[in-house]
Design a binder for this molecule. Sequence first.
Ligand SMILES: [Cu+2]
Length: 731
Amino acid sequence: MKVTRREFLKYSAITGAAMSLPLKFGVRAAQAYAVSMPLRKFIQPMPMFGARALGYPLTIPDIPLAGLAPVQPYQGVDYYQLTAGVFRQTLHPTLDTLRLPGEPLGTRLYGYRDHTGIGFQKHLGAAVLATQGRPVRYTFTSALPATHILPYDLSIPSPGNGGSRQDRAAVHLHGGLVPWPSDGGPFHWQCPDPTVVGASVIPWLWDGGLNPDGTPNPNSVVWDYYYPNNQSSRIMWYHDHAVGQTRLNAYAGVATGYIISGPDEAALGLPFGDPIVFQDKVFWDPANDPSYATYVSGALAGDLWYPWQYDPAIWPIAAGGVPPVPSAVPEFFGDTMLTNGVVYPFHNVTQGTHRFRLLNACNARWLDLSFVQEDGATGEPLRAGGGRGPAIAKSRPVPANVDVWQIGTEGGFLPTPVQLVAAGAPLQPFLLGPAERADILVTFNAPGNVILYNVAGAPFPGGAPIFDWYVGNTKLPVQPTPGFGPNTRTIMRFAVSGTGVQIPAPASTGAQTIPTVPDPANGGLMVDTAALATQFPGFTYDPVPVQMTLNEVVEPATFTTAGNTGRLLTLIGAMGSTLLPFGQGGIYYFEPPTESVVYNTVRIWKIYNLTADAHPMHFHLFNVQLLGRQRVDKNLVPKAPAVAPLPNEMGLKETVTMYPGEATIVAGLVEDPAPGRTVRVTRALDGKFVDSPVPYSPRLQGFGLTADEYVWHCHILEHEEHDMMRPLVAS
Ligand SMILES: [Cu+2]
């Protein structure tokens, strides 16, 4: 599963001195990576999504579901008015004690809000609960400030029209099957000036305007987002995707949940299930990075910290390279875990079964999860085989007595639910890469405090000690105090008491995926074409694989306005690349498209990871069924038969972990998001309607293509932005 940095250098076809410096993860420069202040764990309740809507007591702080606009202009849709704005919220009480008299309280954040306004803005607020088959339409505006609240690297490629405005925002429904103008891709950005928009913004949806004679005027159109919601029940999320600043906007908080619920879910008779969203952050302590305010206007102690320095002590740099200041970095790992938007919360539960919908919203951190018993004396995991003190690193947390079943992923329900944990004993990996979701049933079999525990390496899977925060890790620059952060292993506490009902996992859910059979020639799985024809009538199977590579290279001086930065650049490579030969580097996002898909087809994608780390590759527009993973050599020749997916990967997904030194093979189910290329808009007032045509992408027309524009990319947000993303042409 893992290649060493030495192997990576061979794989990457980078020779000479260019990348000869190995990563020096044990060393830390003075300011390259700041450390959060100690924050006591498990002292605040976990906020709940939609508390009012779902009947939770108001004493539990809630993250509001989006409210309906007071005027409902369209029939048959849920219409919202959404804005991305800036606000402050206390994410941990200690952070407010760092403020001087007269300074505002709370950490400065970005986030979505609905028409009810600024006063109701909450971190991860404006989550949407959608009804299957009932479209959601909304008007979006950006009220982001002109100067970003995080260090902003102007050397990242310019978005073109609009220059390097820092107040841009685009809304991507992650996992949504939506017409391309509503995909909220990199060039769908808006800013507070409505006349300045991204190259892919094109008004197209009827706004209800009439001609003087009272007939509908089909040319009276606006740039609204429109989600058909013709998908099986699932937890999705929507988050920022503006080119050049996605990583910053999302880290600042422009993200929240979006749940589709329908009869397929109701038939299972399960409780609704509470969304639980994980993030890792660093909070600024002026004592260990006095320069930060130079790069972040108005930053206060306890505000979000984000790296601004490309530190050669952490990341490789080519000879002679001079990174800009501030600089984008190859990946961000926080030292403090947030759940549902606050620092290290607790959540009171009864014994018995609870349904949770997990979302990993970290920029770059995987989660390898387990439930462990808490040591009442320390607030840390109870350990066996060692005591507190130096031996702690060798001892093991004692598992809590829980059963865990996974019933769904980001693609909806698993056709066959999978038991991950039985009475505390792990049966299957419980991994959640960036952007992945897990719909789980957890049964707490005993009272007491249970810690949700994470041991995933960061970067994944190899891991570096300086990004693995726990008591007893002697490689850390600062030793955490028991019961306090920084700590990236102890995510949250479940306080278990009382009794409740046990709910068995369904044996099957009726969910569909691409049918497969074992592949006798290559190993792993292959598409069962006979069953496909029966289960997906009208779909064509294209067995010719799209072959791609994932690469790490030195950023060419021509890539950026900053000249020879010497920085690491992650890229996707394609057969027929115009920039670098296949397997030897890759192509920039701005280069002409090379990947195209056709609606109502199933197509194989084979993606070779030639880098040292895993990448959570995310496909817009379509879901995939993972078929297998296969170890390959530097010439992309298989070294062993492919290995079949894990049981909890047997279902549709849109974000797939692709390990280093392996080819990951998936089958993409490319559905048509707007059959007939029209969307009917009906006025609520009088039932007058227009079938608005879905236009083609003006940006793709610049490449001579009459088609719909999507993207596919790595969901390590620093990779996506710099520059592991490619256009996806659909028609
Ligand atoms: Cu990546």
